[in-house]
Design a protein around this ligand. Sequence first.
Ligand code: NAD
Length: 413
Amino acid sequence: MADSFRRKMTSYEEVNWQYNKAAEQLGIPEHHKAIMRNCYRELKVQITLHRDDGTLSELYGFRVQHNGARGPYKGGIRYHPSVDMDEVRALASLMTWKTAVVNIPYGGAKGGVNCDPRTMSEKELQDLTRTFTRKIDMALGPYRDIPAPDMGTNAKVMTWLMDEYGRKHGYTPAIVTGKPVNLGGSKGRESATGLGVFFTTLDHGIPLSGAKVAIQGFGNVGSWTAKYLHDGGAKVIAIADVDGAVRNDKGIDIPALLAWSKEKKTVSGFPGAEPFAKEKIFAVPCDILIPAALGGVITEENAGEINARLVVEGANNPINPHADHLLAERKIPVVPDILANAGGVTVSYFEWTQNLQQFYWEEKEIQQKLEVVMDKAYAEISDMTKKRGVSMRTAAFMVAIQRVYDAVLLRGI
Ligand code: NAD
C-alpha cells in the first residue's frame, strides 16, 4: 500500500484506487476492468463572462459522462473555484457506482465550472449557467444526460438550465432535477441527501438518543443532516463551514442555527455556541462525524485526530485512501459516500419519473420510497461486508461494479 502513496494521488486516482481494489475482489477480467474504470465522454468548454463591473472573465466548464451501461448519465453540476477535469472525472465515476449501489436505472456523470459563486451577482450566475448549458447542449437530454445541483448550485441554477435547454428543444422538465417544486421539482428533493444520510446512520445501528455529532458543512447536505439527526434525538455539538466553526457540548439549537445561517449565510457568529478553528472540526470528540462539504479533507495528516465511533460520508470523496486505511486500522467504521449520500440522486430519480409522467407524488410517499431504497442498499452492502470480510466502502463498490458489469455483458460490446 505504501508505494501507492509516495506522491499525492489526484481525486480521480483515489476513486480508481478504491475501484481497483473492489474489482480485483470480484475477479473482473482486466479489459472489462479498464473499460468500466475509464470515462466514456469528456467535454471541456471555454466560457467568457461579462462581469457587472465591465470586465471579462474567462472560465472553464466541464461535463464528464463516465459509464452509461445502466441508463442515462446522471450527476450534479458544481460551481467552485477548484473544479477541474480530474475532480469532475472522479465525481462522475462515483456517480456510476452510487446509482448502481441504490439500484436506480442511471449511469454516472458530473459537471462543473471553475467559478466562485460567492463573489458573483445573480445576473452573472444566470449568464454563466445559460452559456454553459448552450455549450454542453449536445451532450444533454432527458434520456441522455440529466444534471442536478451540487456544491455551489441550487434550484435556481437548475431552473435557468431547464429554461435555456427548453429554448432550443421545447418544454423539457426532465432535462434536470433539483428544480423548484412549482416548476416540476419533486417534493422532498431539497432535503433528500440529508434524509438519506440520516437513514444510513440509523441503519448502522448506533443509538441516536444523546449521540454527539460533529458536521463539516452547513449547506444543503450538512444542514438537512443536522436537522434530521437533531429531530431524531442526537446532540449536534459542532459545525464548521467555509467561514468558521461553532461548538456547544450541550448540543447546538439546530432550528436556531438554521434561522441564523439563512440570514447570515454562515454559522459563524452564532450566539448559541462558541467559535473554534474550522480546521479542528475532525478532532472534536464525538460519536458520529459527518464530513458534508469538500472532497479530500480527511487525509493521512489529520485522520489520527479523529475521535469518533462512526464516520458517515455526506460529502463526495472526503477521505483519501491512506486515511481510509488508517481509520480501518483504528476500527472506526466509515459509511461510504456512494451509499450514505445516495438519497439525493434517488429522489432526483423520483423527480425525473414524475416529470416524464407529468404526475406528481406527495412528500410523505417520496420519503417512504426513499427509506425503502436506502434500507435495501444498506442491507445489501452490509451483507457483502460480512460475506467477504471487507470494509463497507469495498463492499459498496463490489455490489455496484457487479451491477454495472452485468449490464455491460448483457448489452454486449
Ligand atoms: P453546498 O454548497 O450547499 O454547501 C457546502 C458547505 O460546505 C457550505 O456550508 C460551505 O460553507 C461548506 N464549506 C466549503 N468549504 C469549506 C471548508 N473549507 N471548510 C468547512 N466547510 C466548508 O453543497 P452541498 O450540496 O451541501 O454539497 C456538499 C457535499 O455533498 C459535496 O461534496 C457534494 O458533492 C456532496 N453531495 C451533495 C448532494 C446534494 O444533493 N446537494 C448529493 C450528494 C453529495
